[in-house]
Write a new protein. Structure first.
Ligand code: HEC
Length: 183
């Protein structure tokens, strides 16, 4: 519970910072903010090192990504299966970069908070997914599934592949960020 709140807080912070500041400032102010919220000492501790650990823990999918099997028939499934795991899982800087990439590339359709309510998505059928709701993911709500969706897209929908527009590394960073939106 506490972990989840932390993630959401970190995610929102990253999003806000990503929207309003250049990357250099973003890194500085976001780490200051998350550094103020260590997992167990609520208000008083300065905790320079606690924040990265706290933020990183839940991002790592320790359990096998069973949800990913929902994407078995989808393009790129075998390739992503081979990669096996998110190379930047738990990397707070990567998550922050992912927030910026999300604001630039995804928010137009999925909305600034990932609710699926972006202006460019209004007329689409199917509609852009509400990325905050676990239950709405059809092709995997874990790291591998989301990476596959981003890189290879969903045929026959507005969710076009990002392969060629973002590097794998950038896709993984966005995966980290999307994971912070889920509840
Ligand atoms: C042009 C509009 C558009 C943009 C831009 C867009 N998406 Fe989507 N996205 C969609 C639509 C439409 C769907 C629903 C596809 C479906 O229902 O089959 C979707 C679905 C998804 C899903 C859900 C897959 C599932 O398991 O159900 C994820 C995750 C996702 N998008 C992530 C992203 C990310 C991350 C970005 C930015 C890199 C992005 N999208 C950019 C339109 C968009």
């Amino acid at each position: 519970m506490r972990k989840r709140n932390l993630i959401v807080a970190a995610g929102l912070t990253a999003l806000l910072v990503g929207c309003t500041s250049p990357p250099d400032n973003a890194a500085g102010s976001a780490s200051t903010t998350t550094g103020g919220a260590p997992p167990s000492t609520a208000t008083s501790a300065p905790a320079e090192t606690a924040a990265p650990v706290a933020v990183s823990t839940p991002t790592v999918a320790a359990a096998p990504d069973l949800e990913f099997d929902k994407a078995k028939a989808m393009k790129g499934y075998a390739d992503v299966k081979k990669i096996g795991k998110n190379p930047v899982a738990g990397d707070v800087e990567a998550t922050k970069a992912g927030a910026t990439l999300f604001a630039t590339n995804c928010a137009s359709c999925h909305g600034p908070a990932g609710l699926g309510d972006g202006p460019a998505g209004m007329a689409l059928n199917p509609k852009p997914r509400n990325l905050t709701a676990f239950a709405e993911y059809k092709y995997g709500k874990g790291d591998l599934g989301i990476f596959r969706t981003i890189k290879y897209g969903v045929d026959g929908s507005g969710m076009a592949p990002w392969e060629g527009r973002m590097t794998d590394d950038e896709c993984w960073k966005v995966v980290n960020y999307v994971r912070t939106l889920q509840k």
